[in-house]
Design a protein around this ligand. Sequence first.
Ligand code: SF4
Ligand code: FES
Length: 356
Amino acid sequence: MTLPSPPMSLLAELTHRCPLSCPYCSNPLELERKAAELDTAGWRSVLEQAAELGVLQVHFSGGEPMARPDLVELVALARKLNLYSNLITSGVLLDEAKLEALDKAGLDHIQLSFQDVTEAGAERIGGLKGAQARKIAAARLIRASGIPMTLNFVVHRENVARIPEMFALARELGAGRVEIAHTQYYGWGLKNRDALLPSREQLQDATRAVETERAKGGLSIDYVTPDYHADRPKPCMGGWGQRFVNVTPSGRVLPCHAAEIIPDVAFPNVQDRTLSDIWNCSPLFNMFRGTDWMPEPCRSCARKEQDWGGCRCQALALTGNAANTDPVCSLSPFHDRVEKAVAEASEKPELVYRRF
Ligand code: SF4
Ligand code: FES
């Protein structure tokens, strides 16, 4: 049997606990409780197995990974194992002492998330009073430490017009890179899709704002466009079971953060099987790997090894079958469902918040 290539990145979701309550949270609808989380020895074993498997990068994520008291120890282990380490954080729990400890442990990069540029906008989405000031303070500390920093802004109908101000804030705070990511509509985000989905005109303005900023130079910009306005899907996760492996707080191993919605499949756990065995041999990881599983129109499409048929979780959420072509694709027989969602997006949003 030919084994698949090893994953490039491990997303270590250390905890689902989080002080924010964003209505587009990408974590599953059922959050895992603190008591179910892997302990430090469990996460150490995940990192060791990942390095042995050939993983190059670890992204410490959540929830809010800084809620875990063993984060510094895990970063230090990642460094020892030659894993590039990235901390994905809201920054609201970061202070000088914690940052210094992370720096000493060898943290390579921090991705700091912002909900908006205005205090009111940030509090409306994140639901935490005073969060914006804490994030700005965190950004200044990170900048002073010299750890490379990316600012991440999730954009949607309510804040998409403020993209130019987001770039201005990133330059003021000395970020080397900015990610402007349109909301993705899985899990909790799907509940708020009608309130958050931008109009086509808003998207065009946003894309122009990104191009204008790119032309100025001096800032690396990643721009994640919203699927719903596209006519070809993105290669979600770089293809199912091809580049990324996610480990949930309790040790379940998934090809993407949303995969637990896939029905009738066992979700393997690092407490029962090795990471390598799960990656190489589990039915979950082999379910949509490569192109053999594809239905038409993907099966005979020239793009099938570029976008790998799009997103399995989106196909499931919108068509009821994860093995269907992603309905974002205009060749999908279900593409009208995406067009209908765009047409029905509401001007008067009532947000449904996520609370832990
Ligand atoms: Fe991609 Fe399938 Fe659409 Fe072709 S038919 S562009 S492979 S989603
Ligand atoms: Fe699961 Fe795209 S989010 S495959």
